[in-house]
Ligand binder design. Structure first.
Ligand SMILES: [Zn+2]
Length: 274
């Protein structure tokens, strides 16, 4: 295996621990690289960011020099919104290819005790089948998670997003919906129960937006449920910016990216709706 090397790349010496005969992908963006200089390396070639997830799968494992090192202020600062997004995409590919990182979690607890510098916030559903840390293969201190039924972005979630980004430095917000969402089904069927009734109202605009969709508009129509869930996640991502000047400003300065994504509970695959 040939090493990647670049004279203007201060982290190039990190590649010196190469082990002969082992297929690896070197993602230097996690090593505190200068802003805008992130890159992945395989067999002597720096690969385009778009190809990282596929490359990781081809090699059977995404690997970084310090794959279990916790997020630090420097590592967080070195990531751009786009490279943060790549981190999550590569993480889901690790999950799907059963090459999840094996880390000393208690060691990470100790390493993060002095402060946290997560690179992303995932706003997801509380559904037991969609835990963000697992499906994105993230560890202690890597990402914030805000989870409510139906991944609704109500006021307290927006406030949490402002904290995660403006105050705690996260570069990316992913609103993560999923297939077969019970909250979406409840909103479609007009379910009523205690305070759940109020929460489900948050999903009604997504139901209404699909009023001309084909087929029966009930929770038994899988296609309709998926349509509404997808609309719901897009609307939630949009509403974060609509409702928060803080988040709008960060996006305008390219210091934050907000994206919607859907998780398929049958496969574990996450599709980003960019
Ligand atoms: Zn759900």
């Amino acid at each position: 295996m040939r090493l990647c090397w670049s004279s203007d790349w201060p982290g190039a010496n990190l590649l010196k621990d190469d082990l002969p005969g082992q297929a690896r992908i070197y993602c230097l963006n996690v090593q505190g690289a200068p802003k805008g200089r992130s890159r992945c390396c395989h067999d002597g070639t720096f690969a385009a960011p778009e190809s990282w997830p596929a490359l990781a799968v081809t090699l059977g494992r995404a690997w970084a020099a310090d794959e279990c090192a916790v997020q630090t202020r420097e590592r967080q600062a070195a990531l751009s919104p786009d490279t943060a997004l790549q981190e999550l995409k590569v993480g889901n590919e690790r999950f799907l290819s059963q090459n999840m990182r094996s880390c000393d979690l208690l060691g990470q607890v100790r390493a993060t005790a002095g402060g946290q510098f997560p690179f992303a916030l995932v706003i997801g559903c509380m559904d037991s089948r969609v835990p963000p840390e697992l499906v994105f293969d993230q560890r202690i201190g890597d990402i914030f998670s805000a989870r409510l039924a139906g991944n609704v972005a109500e006021d307290d979630v927006v406030g949490s997003a402002e904290f995660a980004t403006k105050l705690a430095g996260a570069k990316l917000i992913v609103v993560l919906g999923h297939s077969e969402c019970g909250a979406v089904k409840g909103a479609i069927d007009g379910a009523e129960l205690g305070k759940l009734t109020h929460l489900l109202q948050r999903i009604k605009p997504a139901v209404e937006a699909n009023r001309n969709a084909p087929g029966e508009h009930t929770s038994t129509n899988k296609d309709f449920v998926q349509r509404v869930a997808t609309t719901n996640v897009r609307l939630a991502a949009q509403s974060l910016q609509n409702e928060s000047q803080v988040l709008r400003d960060l996006v305008a300065r390219n210091e934050l990216k907000i994206v919607a994504a859907m998780h398929d509970i049958a496969s574990g695959r996450i599709t980003f709706l960019e």
